[in-house]
Design a protein around this ligand. Structure first.
Ligand code: BES
Ligand code: MN
Ligand code: MN
Length: 462
């Protein structure tokens, strides 16, 4: 393809300004106070897709936030790439830990990003990465180099489980028909170590509520004589792992695929420094399931983590009280073949069974999704691999990720096509955390790499 880097260079500043404008809108899907902003973001995405060269763009209403759909069909006989991304973002809290306000983007240099990185909620996950595709389309249409058909499907509820997108996909199979699905919502190993994500973990997310006495009690008058729901909950949660950090829920590991020695040896070849890992997190030791390495623990093994726990008095000073209720939010990351609804049921049965007398336990399932693995011999993977090779000068390493994009397995089930996870983020980008950022290097590199995917995918499809 001609002149990608020249084009990106010429339009660098505008590409950045446009992303900054998008990042200024607080499209927090989890918080209904931001409804107007989420809806406004969809409108902006629509306009940007039109400007970038889509022939037809529409806002598709759902029971929740809308899906922005756009397309440019140049020839029915050519392959079609379906781009998926999300315009919603995670809540930015805790706000006091941000060095600059989450919705007032700033460019700052960091050790890893001497060229600068853009700091804002959604910078990497996923506005920055999604917008690379819009700019890649602009390049291809403005220079008459779009080699195939393209469809865009940008949703506003990824961070809250994509339940309405699932319905939309099931109801619009013909409209969404494609030869490959392309997503940039994952990462690479390092700026000079490109990688392609070949697997995502599944997810089961639940909330638990433990109820003891019918009201909050004086902890002197009643302490020791009735079950304290917070003590009980802490003990129940602690019992979910054994001394080897295996999860104790009966049946939890039944469907887990054990990788062969060869596959594990292959995985271990990816560059990784345990020292640097510990240093970057300020921890003196890693922690996890016995018998597995850090990179295995966070990709090919299922896990269970408390995401939040509350109850009782947490205000200033002290209050002597036994709370009536205690709560926790728990996520389980799953590997391919573990069925998330089955795991949710196993959790519920087990958690209820370990409750001591004197408390009531309620388990409320939230959302979830299946894991995903993609083969590396597909045309899509090969095209992505060649594209990274051209722009990074190195063949990318296939790598399974620990994160989840639950809708990907549904895409395969409903649309019968493979997803290529062409991400450009770094683990250090602090997605979902305070001070989320996205390297300018990564942003521009992504814009340069994506058109090459289109080119190679079209060539390999012939
Ligand atoms: N983009 C992330 C997932 C991700 C990040 C995968 C980095 C691999 C590498 C996505 O927006 C996300 O946060 N997913 C959620 C699940 C969703 C149901 C809320 C997650 O993984 O917690
Ligand atoms: Mn994301
Ligand atoms: Mn996310």
């Amino acid at each position: 393809m001609k002149n990608i880097s020249t084009y990106v260079n010429q339009h660098k500043d505008r590409f950045l300004e446009e992303l900054i404008d998008l990042l200024k809108i607080p499209s927090i899907s989890a918080d209904s106070a931001y409804k107007k902003d989420v809806l406004h973001t969809a409108e902006v995405v629509k306009t940007r897709l039109e400007e970038a060269g889509c022939d037809h763009v529409e806002i598709c209403e759902t029971a929740g936030y809308p899906i922005v759909y756009g397309e440019k069909i140049i020839d029915k006989d050519l392959p079609t790439v379906l781009v998926y991304g999300h315009y919603d973002v995670q809540p930015p809290d805790p706000l006091n830990l941000w060095n600059s306000p989450p919705f007032e983007p700033v460019i700052k240099k960091t050790e890893l990003h001497p060229e600068g990185a853009i700091f804002a909620r959604g910078a990497c996950d996923d506005k920055g990465q999604m917008y690379m595709h819009v700019k890649a389309l602009e390049f291809m249409t403005k220079t008459n180099q779009l080699p195939c058909n393209v469809k865009f499907m940008i949703e506003g509820e990824e961070e809250v489980g994509s339940s309405n997108l699932a319905i939309f996909v099931k109801e619009n199979q013909e409209k969404l028909k494609n030869d490959v699905i392309l997503i940039s919502d994952t990462g690479i190993i390092a700026k000079d170590v490109p990688s392609i994500t070949t697997g995502l973990r599944g997810l089961s997310y639940v909330e638990v509520e433990v109820t003891g006495p019918n009201r909050d009690l004086h902890s002197g008058l009643y302490g020791g004589a009735v079950a304290n729901p917070i003590n009980v909950l802490a003990k129940m949660i602690a019992s979910l792992h054994d001394e080897n950090n295996h999860i104790t829920i009966p049946g939890f590991y039944d469907k887990v695929e054990e990788l062969s020695k060869e596959e594990r040896a292959e995985m271990a070849k990816a560059p990784f420094s345990l020292e640097a890992y510990k240093k970057s997190l300020d921890i003196d030791a890693v922690y996890g399931e016995a018998g597995y390495t850090t990179n295995e623990r966070n990709s090919i093994r299922p896990t269970l983590d408390v995401n939040g726990i509350w109850g009782g008095y947490t205000g200033e000073g002290a209050k002597t009280v036994i709370a009536s209720k205690a709560y926790a939010k728990i996520s389980m990351r799953l590997v391919p073949h573990q069925d998330w609804e089955n795991i949710t049921q196993l959790f519920k049965t087990h958690f209820e069974s370990i409750a001591p007398k004197g408390v009531k336990v309620e388990v409320k399932p939230h959302h979830g999704g299946q894991g995903y693995v993609t083969p590396i011999d597909s045309i899509g993977y090969q095209a992505a691999s060649k594209a990274y090779f051209d722009s990074f000068g190195k063949t990318p390493i296939p790598q399974r990720s620990g994160g989840s994009i639950p809708i990907v397995s549904l895409f395969e089930q409903e649309l019968k096509s493979k997803t290529i996870l062409m991400g450009f983020g770094l683990d250090s980008d602090a997605i979902h955390s305070p001070n989320e950022h996205y390297g300018l290097f990564n942003y521009y590199k992504g814009i340069e790499t994506i058109p090459l995917f289109y080119k190679y995918f079209t060539e390999l499809s012939e």
